[in-house]
Design a protein around this ligand. Structure first.
Ligand SMILES: Cc1cc2nc3c(=O)[nH]c(=O)nc-3n(C[C@H](O)[C@H](O)[C@H](O)COP(=O)(O)OP(=O)(O)OC[C@H]3O[C@@H](n4cnc5c(N)ncnc54)[C@H](O)[C@@H]3O)c2cc1C
Length: 270
């Protein structure tokens, strides 16, 4: 089936075109959309693009950084304002993928993809739809597969006060470009040496990036040493429903999650 491409200058116009057609698909960097086109996906016959400069901007707003949904992983790596997200962007695909893969597209990427979205979930980012108000990323991900799709304009990401408080690991079988068996993102603020207000998120441990609420609870008030993290490791997969896919079984994911969580919490990733 032929696919037509419609390019709009404004994100709002693109949004209207998308809303008017059930067979149109928005195109970020196209790493997944073009794969669907090449596979002969019949669900859409029109690609909608927008060249709106707001989609490609990275700018500071108070203590947060606002990242346009069309910003690529390569742009993140090169950005000073988003430097804390560079370790996440660096492990998404290979160089060719990172040149085009966008932050907005990652929010919609089905598991086991979505490493960047997992990091944004740990960082308590907000998602800004075109013409809409910012939505907490957890709510956005909950509704993602249910609601009629809106175009995401940007994400607002609070910058960690202490750069060492944000940690990320992607675990894959094929290095360096393999897809995640799981990824873990953790924001671990401390007060007097004890964790206060941790946020921990998993990628590839369910249909979409999920928070490890039991881990967060178990970390609260504890020190980040072997003894302090022991309850969190016991709770590593509590409330989590990992999938079985070609990369790993649910059983395997449950087995390895505490191992990698431990290394992350003790900062022993290297
Ligand atoms: C070889 C390969 C390796 C990969 N490795 C990884 C990896 O390691 N980690 C990982 O997380 N992902 C990986 N991916 C998946 C993908 O490249 C990334 O998730 C990427 O960030 C998706 O962004 P995109 O701009 O290319 O999305 P697109 O293909 O453009 O879009 C994907 C989906 O998101 C929607 N969308 C895109 N932008 C918006 C927006 N602004 N508003 C609303 N909807 C939007 C599209 O309509 C589409 O449904 C890989 C893909 C390939 C092909």
């Amino acid at each position: 089936m032929p696919v037509s491409v419609r390019t709009f200058q404004g994100a709002e116009e693109a949004e209207r075109a998308l809303a008017a057609s059930r067979t149109a698909r928005y195109f970020g960097g196209g790493t997944l959309v073009m794969r669907a086109v090449n596979a002969g996906d019949q669900a859409f016959d029109t690609i909608v693009r927008a060249t709106d400069p707001r989609l490609r901007q990275i700018q500071m707003q108070g203590d947060s950084v606002v990242i346009g949904a069309g910003v690529t992983m390569a742009q993140i790596i090169a950005s000073r304002d988003a430097v804390f997200l560079a370790p996440v962007a660096k492990v998404i695909g290979g160089p060719a993928i990172r040149t085009v893969a966008t932050v907005g597209g990652n929010l919609f990427a089905a598991s086991p993809y979505g490493d960047f979205a997992a990091a944004l979930l740990a960082l308590d980012a907000k998602v800004v739809p075109v013409g809409g108000t910012p939505v907490p990323i957890g709510d956005f991900l909950d509704a993602r597969d249910r609601e009629p799709r809106r175009i995401v304009l940007s994400v607002i990401v609070p910058r960690p006060r202490d750069s060492r408080a944000f940690r990320f690991v992607k675990v894959s079988r094929v290095k360096p470009k393999g897809v995640a068996v799981l990824s873990i993102a953790a924001l671990l603020p401390t007060n007097g040496g004890r964790v206060s207000g941790a946020r921990v998120a998993y990628g590839a441990m369910g249909g979409r990036p999920v928070r490890a609420l039991a881990v967060e609870q178990a970390l609260e008030g504890h020190t980040l040493d072997e003894q302090g993290i022991a309850p969190a490791l016991s709770a590593a997969t509590e409330g989590i429903n990992p999938q079985t896919d070609a990369l790993a079984s649910e059983w395997y994911r449950r087995q390895v999650a505490p191992v990698h969580l431990k290394r992350l919490l003790l900062d022993q990733r290297r």
